[in-house]
Design a protein around this ligand. Sequence first.
Ligand SMILES: Cc1ncc(COP(=O)(O)O)c(C=O)c1O
Length: 347
Amino acid sequence: MSPVIDLRSDTATRPTPGMRAAIAAAEVGDEQKREDPTVNALEDRAARLLGQDEAVFLPTATMANQIALRLHTELGDELIGEENCHVFISELGGPAVHSGVVTRGIPGAAGRYSAEQVRAAYRVPAIHSPRTRVLWVENTHNASGGRVWPLEEIDELRALAHELELRFHLDGARLMNAAVASGVDAAEIGGRFDTVTLCLSKGLGCPLGAILAGRSEVMTNARRLKHLFGGAMRQAGIVAAAGVYALDHNVDRLADDHARAKRLALGLAEAGLAVDPDKAETNFVQVDVAPLSREEAITLLAEQGVGLSATIHPTVLRAVTHLDITDEDIDGALEAIPRALGVRVGA
Ligand SMILES: Cc1ncc(COP(=O)(O)O)c(C=O)c1O
C-alpha cells in the first residue's frame, strides 16, 4: 500500500484532471509513420525546449539514454561519467548489454566531476586500449540528491569533449528541475550537448514518456534505433498529449516542489535530524538516519504513514517532493519524520 505522504520519488505522481482531459481529447495517428499529430507536436516543442534541432518521443528515459549511447559508440568503446550516475548504477549494465561499451566511473562531488579528472581518465588512443568515446553528465544528479551542475563547469567539459573528440551526452531526466533551480533556460543547458535525455514522468507529472533530442542527422539514426529497441509505438498521441500538457502547466511550478523540499530540509535539520539544507537544491532532501539502517528507518517511517526511499548510502534516505505533495503534506512530514526517527537518531 502507498504511504499517506509519499515522498519516495517524483515518479509517484498521478495525472491531474487537466492532464486526463488533455489525454482524452488527444488527436492521434500512427506514430511509426510519423502520422500522430500530437507526438509530432510534442517532439517539435521538446526540440526547441532542449536547444536541439529534433526530438524523438520514447517510452522511458532509460531507453533514451541507451539509444544515445548506441548512437555515439562502437563495440568496445568507453563511456566516462560520474561513478554513481543513473546509467552506471540503475540501468542493469545497459551500456554493456545494448552497446558493448565499457564504463569508467569518476568519483564525484555532488554528482559532478572536473575537466582535470576527465583528462586523467581519458585514454590516449593506442592499439590495445578501449577508445574513450562518450562523456556523460547527469543534471540534476539523482544519487547525490538532485544536485545541479553550474553552466561554467558544463562549458569546461564541453570544450574538453570537443578537444578530445568525445561525444557529450546530458542525462537530463530532471533537466527542468535544474533549469528552474538555476534560473538558466533549459535550451541554454541542453544546447551545449550532442544529445539530451528528458524524462516526462518525474517532476513533470506524466504517466510515462521521455524525449531524446539532438541534431537532425543524429536523430534520423535515433529513430531507427527506437524501432530496434522496441520503442516505436502506434497511437502514442494518447500519452504525448500528457507531455504537451506538462510542458504548458508543470514546468514553472517545479519551483514550488523546490521550495517545499527546502522547507522540509530546514525543518528536519531544526528538529535535530542529520540533514544539510544547503544540499537541498531542487526537489530532493537527503536524511542520514545512522545509527539506524535504511531498511529499519523506512519501516519506522511507514508506520507513521510517510514514505521515504533508500539511496546508495547504507544510512541515507531521500524524500522527494513532487506534484502530488502539498504544503499540508510537508507539515505532516515535519511532524511524522522526527516522531518516527527523532528519538533514535543523532544521539
Ligand atoms: C537521472 C535519471 N536518468 C534516467 C532515469 C530513468 O528513467 P525511466 O524510469 O523513465 O527509465 C532516471 C530514473 O529515475 C533518473 O533518475
